[in-house]
Design a protein. Sequence first.
Length: 160
Amino acid sequence: MLTEGSDILDKDQVFMHMALGMAKEAYRAGEVPVGAVLVKEGEVIATGYNRREGLQDPTAHAELLAIRAAAEIMGSWRLTETTLYVTLEPCTMCVGAIVQSRIPRLVFGTHAAGESNCDFTAETLFNHHVIVQSGILAEDCRNLLQQFFQQLREAHPVPS
């Protein structure tokens, strides 16, 4: 029998698998493999994957593309009652967009290098607070990123 907590974890894994699918789309396109899925009431509202190279847009991160699409679909910049699933911990720019769009819950797979960008749950300066869950399918998310960067290093070795 599933408890409420394990039911949420099961749903998180399902949606994170979808985000991983989006990350694989980015990988195939030669982009850093990060994928995002925005969900409301168990339904996928929008998806995105990194497209900075393809669009030559420094803001074309998976999260922002999913947020923009969801705002258009929902007809509002307020994305309340949603959860954003992302394979990699969002950068500071994307964290700002998550707060500004009023997304109440963020679930991500693996941490970025260095200090956490998502340590804003205790921040009292914002009028909106985000619940953060990390580590969902972390190994799969991390492995995809490592594979991408390993191939990139092999294709473009640093001269000695």
